[in-house]
Design a protein around this ligand. Structure first.
Ligand code: MRU
Length: 354
């Protein structure tokens, strides 16, 4: 991975950039204080960038992996034009091992495998795989716009909302999932302001969601994650709106750690709970939330803040980075194919079949 600066007025729409014949990822580890890109030249660079959180957010991880396959194809074909396929398979496996929970990663790799099935050993696999990645990137943007409209229509408003983590342009191909709904609903006058959880330990809310909303001139107030229930009790919150990393076949939702607590508090306070996610986030092969693999990361991420040790020396830390919200706590799942209210197995199956 090579760190580079680009002469651009950088926005959230630049999270994933095909530039100068290489993949450039806006480095989300250091935003908003530092604006720089990471240049990826092959699958190893791309997998490392995903694992290290240079790029994050389920749809963005999937799109990035698709570009990673294209890069890998170029490298493998150049090294061995007549027999690149086996080496490329090892690259796909490396990309698959980069992060375990966001199913969009595996969905994108499956799309790449399908494309590979139609490419002969004597052909150059790079152009069709680059076209695939660029197509998935565009498609994700369009799906988010559609989800924005559908989600906004559910909000009677005008009301304030709570969101968690970052689900905006930075986490997707553009516009965002939950943040896309918030953008569309704000434009329609249905949302007055956004309360954003800071989202410990990576502070995606404080660093990334606040950056996107401030740039869009949408009023945002940050709060410590533990303040959300008290904010609901204070009144004026119509909806909690979040994204997802994987939705199981029965409608259980995996998302950033802290989402489950928000859903419990929302139900107690009579606040509606919306999940916005493309159908590529729904995993029909995972029967329920109990089978969703939950990533656990380095305890140092909790013990430190901004690289600085804040915990008492000698303390350990439990650092699961996602949790599962049971379907019964979800009022609506908004996808590009439509809205599922009070999700269950049959409704999710019907949505996917439609
Ligand atoms: O660990 P992260 O930052 O990749 O987690 C991201 C989230 O949990 C998002 O809410 C989720 O991917 C949906 S983003 C459109």
């Amino acid at each position: 991975m090579q760190l580079v600066t680009l002469d651009l007025d950088v926005t959230a729409d630049h999270a994933i950039l095909w530039h100068d014949d290489a993949l450039h990822l806006l480095d989300q580890r250091v935003l908003p204080q530092t604006v720089r890109f990471v240049r990826c030249a092959d699958a190893a660079d791309t997998a490392e960038a995903i694992h290290a959180m240079v790029v994050r957010g389920a749809p963005a991880i999937g799109i990035t992996a698709a570009y990673g396959v294209a890069l890998a194809a170029r490298v493998r074909h150049a090294a061995s034009p007549g027999s690149w396929r086996d080496a490329l398979e090892a690259d796909l496996e490396r990309l698959a091992a980069s992060r375990p929970t966001a199913v969009n990663l595996f969905w994108a790799l499956d799309r790449a495998r399908e494309a590979l099935d139609g490419i002969g050993e004597g052909e150059d696999p790079f152009p069709p795989l680059l076209a695939l990645a660029q197509g998935l990137h565009q498609e994700d943007r369009a799906m988010n716009r559609r989800m924005g409209e559908l989600g906004a229509a559910l909000i009677e408003g005008p009301t304030a909302v709570i969101t968690h983590c970052n689900t905006g342009g930075l986490a997707t191909g553009g516009h965002g999932t939950a943040l896309g709904v918030i953008r569309s609903a704000y434009a329609a006058g249905r949302i007055t302001e956004v309360f954003a959880d800071e989202t410990r330990p990576w502070l995606q809310g404080a660093r990334l969601t606040a950056w996107e909303l401030v740039r869009d001139r949408i009023p945002v107030q940050l709060m410590a994650d533990g303040a959300a229930a008290a904010r609901m009790a204070a009144g004026g919150i119509g909806w909690v709106i979040v994204g997802s990393d994987r939705i199981a076949a029965n409608g259980d939702v995996a998302n950033k750690i802290g989402t489950y607590a928000l859903a419990v508090a929302a139900r107690y306070h009579g606040v509606k709970f919306m999940v916005a996610a493309p159908t590529s986030t729904i995993d029909p092969d995972t029967p329920s939330g109990a089978e969703i693999p939950i990533e656990t990361r380095d305890p140092q991420e909790v013990l430190r803040c901004g690289g600085q040790l804040v915990a008492a020396e000698g303390a350990g830390a439990w650092n699961p980075v996602f949790d599962v919200t049971p379907a019964e706590l979800v009022d609506a799942i908004v996808t590009e194919k439509g809205v599922v209210e009070h999700p269950d197995r049959d409704k999710i199956a019907a949505l996917l079949a439609g």
